[in-house]
Structures are given as C-alpha cells and as structure tokens.
Ligand binder design. Structure first.
Ligand SMILES: [Zn+2]
Length: 314
C-alpha cells in the first residue's frame, strides 16, 4: 500500500503527459487471496508498469452461517421443545468479550439456581425502568413480544447457536428477523411479567437447554467470555444443582475429555454428626442438597439421625 502511495505521488508530476491505464487482474490462484492491480502509464514510454497487491479480507464466518435454517420460530419462546440434546455439548465463540447488556455497573440480584422452591433459569441484573438494554453479542432477533411470566422479552440467536433472552422489558425496540450487532440497543429495561422490581432477567440457552449464564460469561466489568470453546454438562443446565443466592464453584470444561471426566464422580460416605443439617453438609462438602437427597433417596424435609450414613457424590 505504501509503495502504491509513493508511486501515485511521483506520477502526479507527470500528470500532463500521462493518463493512467489501470488494469485489474483478479488473482485466482487459490494460494493467494489478493487482488492484484497493474498500473500502466499510457502515453509515456520507458516507465515500467507496477503491480500492487491488495489482500482480500476474509469474510467472517458469522456472515456465512445460516442461523435461521432450523427452529426459526417467532411465535414460541422455546421452539426446541422436542429436540433431544446430547450431553456434554460444545459452544464455540469467536469473540473473547461480550458487550454489557446495560450501561451501568452490573449488580447481580439473583443467580441461576434453585429459588424459593422453584428453578430460576436466568440471572437477574439490577436496572432502573427505562434504562437501555443491548444485545451482548451479534445475531438475529428470533422473538420479540410479550410472553407470560417473562413479560416483554427479546430473544437473539447468535451465530454459534447460542440464544440470549432479555426479559421484563418495558419497551421492545426491535422486530423479529432484525440483524443486531453486538452492543446494539434492543429495548428498555422494566418490570413486566412475573417480576418484583425493575431488573433484567437474562437467559442463556442452546437448542432449548438453559445454561447457567455465569458458566459462559464473567459478569464483572471486564465482560469476558470465559473460554472460546466451552463444553456444557448437565450440571450447568439444571437449576436444581445451583442456588440463586450464592456463586457456584466454577470449573470450566474446554475439551470434551474434561467434560466427560467431570462426570465420573467419587463417592464418599458421610456419617451424620450432632448439629448437622442438610444445608450444613451441603455447604461443607460442596454437594447440593438436591444431589444429596437424590443419591440417598431422602426428602429435603427429612430429619437426620446422628450416626446416619449418607452417600456424597463429589
Ligand atoms: Zn430472574
């Protein structure tokens, strides 16, 4: 490029004599992705032609993937209801950061997990009604309407198949099939649907499987995507394995091998001591109450006896 500019400058001195004849040749050799231009002065003899080569920018794969090919449904919030997803599954990212959905500092008021006896399948981020909400990654709007429970909600499908949903909005400012760029304004935050107090309920899902958003995204101000290649196990999709009130212990699986290895549990026998409760055993051994109950076929309300043996799957 520099050579080309110098060449143009020199040539401008001879501009009276010359008219440039530009010959474009598209280099079709597969090994060179460049546009080759031959510059040839027409009315001046003795000046050799010069060839400049301009690299062709490779088209980003996000523009070539047809994310609307399957399950493109603008009426149902979850069109994947009968789709069977094999675990663990892979989610890949081209970006290493996402765009914050809100412009103020992100304050998490409730996490993905079990909450008041029911699953909370999203993360709550505090905001004030009327605050701008942006899509965290580029994609196409699949759903933009009122849905019971979620209120006014926008679902964006991204080029890696991941979907993000922005719920309880006071206003929707996009239409279905709109292409949206990372960070683009999509609506205003609010308190519509089943919600107490204005906040953004952010959902991340893949083919209808809800994923713990904190497994994928770091909600600190750095807006980092945790890994370019993530393997999702059932543990990161089931709300019952997590608590909405505390941060889950994070262990990322960046290969299928790691994800599969994580499924091999070690068993430990725990003997109930005086003063033990399910909650205390759960916290101290880092095993969810739900998991303890399932493995031992007991209820959350069951009374524990001193000396009782419990199997803990670690
Ligand atoms: Zn929520």
């Amino acid at each position: 490029m520099h050579n080309f500019q110098t060449y143009v400058l020199v040539k401008s001195f001879h501009i009276v004599l010359l008219s440039l004849f530009i010959c474009f040749t598209y280099a079709q050799k597969p090994q060179s992705d460049a546009l080759s231009i031959q510059l040839k002065p027409v009315n001046s003899k003795g000046i050799s032609t010069q060839e400049v080569s301009i690299p062709i920018v490779t088209i980003d794969s996000s523009n070539t993937v047809d994310i609307k090919a399957e399950f493109w449904d603008n009426v149902n919030f979850n069109p994947y209801r009968n789709e069977i997803v094999k675990f663990p599954f892979e989610v890949k990212f081209e970006d290493s950061t996402y765009h914050s959905p809100i412009s103020r500092e992100k304050v998490i008021t409730s996490r993905y997990g079990w909450r008041r006896g029911r699953p909370h399948k999203g993360i709550d981020i505090d905001l004030i009604t009327g605050d701008s909400v942006s899509t965290i990654l580029s994609g196409v709007v699949r759903f933009a309407r009122y849905s019971r429970g979620l209120g006014k909600v926008v679902v964006v499908r991204h080029y890696n198949g991941l979907e993000t949903a922005y719920a309880h909005l006071s206003r929707i400012n996009v239409k279905v099939n709109d292409t949206v760029a990372k960070g683009q304004f999509i609506g205003k935050g609010g308190n519509t649907g089943r919600s107490t107090g204005s906040h953004l309920h952010l959902i991340t899902s893949y083919k209808g499987q809800y994923i713990h958003p904190e497994y994928i995204f770091d909600f600190s101000e750095e807006n980092k995507i945790r890994a370019k290649d993530l393997w999702v196990t059932k543990e990161w999709t089931r709300a019952s394995f997590h608590s909405s009130r505390r941060k889950s212990k994070l262990e990322l699986y960046t290969t299928e091998k790691q994800a599969l290895a994580s499924l091999v549990k070690t068993r430990k026998i725990y003997v109930v001591k005086s003063g033990d409760t399910l909650s205390r055993i759960s916290k101290r051994n880092n095993v969810s109450i739900a998991a303890i109950c399932k493995t031992n076929r007991i209820r959350k309300s069951s009374t524990l006896r001193i000396g009782q043996k419990l199997v803990l799957e670690l």
